[in-house]
Design a protein around this ligand. Structure first.
Ligand code: LMR
Ligand code: MG
Length: 487
């Protein structure tokens, strides 16, 4: 069995563990997640940061069970970090020693700058964003990381957090005090403004989940969901005014009822302060950062260029005979280069086309019959990292094939259609993808085919094109394209 790593993040509000399975050098996927709303920092802020006994007891119990879970996966490594609550607590050593003694686990308390770096580095590697500021709003503090050209360059940490604000101000009905406290802290930020803000952490995920439900968003993915400043403002104003009953109907979970408003307020003030235009939700954060800084320790904390860990994970896990799809992607690239101008296809779509070609056979890992449907389902659900939702929808939609249909015929109703490009683009990419597959029906190499293209006429020469000629009848031709096969 491939090796597993467990990563535990002891936050001030919740404690979380992810168990990650590595499938090849840099590819991985999450096989388990667990969260407990232990609220380690409860009542600490009014006691000069001292952790309280009941909070430590809860956290120790939950942590013990997290370790049982990690062991059930035979995790080879357990990486455990703690943030604001333990950072601030004069009695932190008591808790750390207790956990070491009871569970033989060493907790690494990280400082705010490291915490900001880990969250930002996870975003830089796993979101399709090059320039942005990530902000992780936690229970005790908020961490900022600025990325330029895909690299985290500047980090900052502020002691503004949901539980801290709740206990110091909101519980006493002092909303104005809370706003002043946040704004005073934000005035010390070394960042002026950012077009794009990446939201990391429990509060932002809870808000995104709620907003997506409200909009009836077609993909079940928080990671990479993007929204405008205006939509964010309208929605968060509604959250700030909502009664507990209303929060419930907005799909906020009961364990967040008392921190969602302070968290929302912090995010609103940050978005305002940084003059943000666009907000992107990150499903990854400190835990993924901890994992990646271990995985990529000899690679400067960055994946190799053009490497996509989700794609590689899918190929590792489902594509057993991948030589055919490698040939298909080579052929698809050549066809794209020859025809994209004639077909009016922007160059950028080559990326999605090549990804789809590589993923063609993954459905075979489920069942040969109707494998295209299985490939589609696997891609739609398991492509997560490094791609926009539009890219995920496009790559996975291209994998759906049905004799005699165009790609636009196959768009499911009430689904991700709004994320797809125009029919013309979709059908042209589908033609190139499935034409590559059909031309290689004999499963030989793409090299054995000679291609030429002139005035909308594609000529393919090679031997062993009998099956291709037969199967070509299944592919509806684009009006602006004719194909001739020559033996
Ligand atoms: C943290 O304190 O970082 C997390 O517990 C955040 C949260 O809201 O769950
Ligand atoms: Mg945190």
């Amino acid at each position: 069995m491939a090796q597993c790593t467990a990563i535990i993040d002891i936050g001030s509000n919740s404690m979380r563990m992810a168990v990650v399975q590595k499938t090849s050098r840099f590819a991985f996927h999450i096989i388990h997640e667990v969260k407990s709303s232990v609220r380690l920092s409860e009542a600490a802020y009014t006691n000069s940061g001292h952790l309280q006994k009941s909070a430590m007891d809860r956290t120790a119990s939950a942590l013990g069970e997290f370790l049982l879970i990690a062991r059930s996966f035979k995790a080879r490594k357990i990486l455990c970090v703690a943030t604001s609550a333990l950072r601030d607590a004069p009695n932190a050593h008591e808790f750390i020693a207790r956990i070491r003694q009871e569970h033989a686990l060493s907790i690494k308390v990280i400082d705010g700058v490291r915490e900001a770096y880990l969250g930002g580095m996870a975003c830089a590697n796993l979101l399709p964003v090059m320039d942005a500021i990530s902000v992780d709003v936690g229970g005790g503090s908020s961490e900022f990381a600025q990325m330029n050209n895909g690299k985290v360059e500047k980090m900052f940490s502020l002691n503004i957090g949901t539980v801290r604000l709740k206990e110091l101000f909101i519980d006493h009905g002092d909303m104005e005090g809370a706003v002043r406290y946040i704004d005073d802290a934000l005035n010390t930020l070394p960042f002026e403004s950012t077009q794009t803000l990446i939201g990391v952490g429990g509060t932002f995920r809870a808000l995104t989940h709620s907003l997506m439900k409200k909009e009836d968003y077609p993909l079940k993915k928080l990671h990479g969901y993007s929204t405008t400043k205006e939509a964010f403002e309208t929605f968060t104003n509604a959250i700030m005014e909502a009664s507990p009953k209303k929060l419930k109907s907005l799909n906020i979970k009961p364990d967040r009822f008392d921190t969602i408003k302070p968290g929302t307020l912090i995010l609103q003030r940050i978005a305002n302060h940084l003059n943000v235009q666009k907000l992107i939700c990150s499903g990854v954060g400190v835990r993924e950062g901890v994992y990646l800084s271990d995985l990529l320790r000899n690679a400067k904390d960055q994946f190799p260029q053009n490497y996509n860990p989700s794609l590689r994970y899918l190929l590792d896990s489902y594509a057993t005979f991948s030589n055919h799809s490698i040939e298909c992607s080579a052929l698809a690239k050549r066809l794209f280069t020859l025809m994209h101008t004639h077909l009016d296809l922007p160059q950028s779509y080559r990326t999605e086309l090549v990804m789809a070609a590589k993923l063609l056979p993954i459905g075979l890992g489920v069942r040969y019959y109707a494998y295209q449907k299985h490939s589609h389902y696997l891609a739609l659900n398991a492509l997560d990292y490094g791609l926009t939702h539009s890219q995920i929808a496009l790559v996975s939609h291209l994998l759906l094939f049905k004799k005699g249909n165009t790609s636009s015929d196959l768009i499911p109703k009430n689904s991700y259609g709004s994320l797809l490009p125009a029919d013309k683009v979709l059908n042209a990419l589908y033609t190139i993808l499935w034409l590559s597959h059909i031309l290689l029906a004999q499963r030989s190499s793409a090299q054995s085919l000679t291609l030429s293209f002139c005035d909308g006429q594609l000529t393919v020469s090679g031997k062993d094109l009998y099956l291709a000629r037969e199967q070509l009848k299944n592919l509806p031709l684009l009006p602006q394209l004719s194909i001739e096969l020559r033996d």
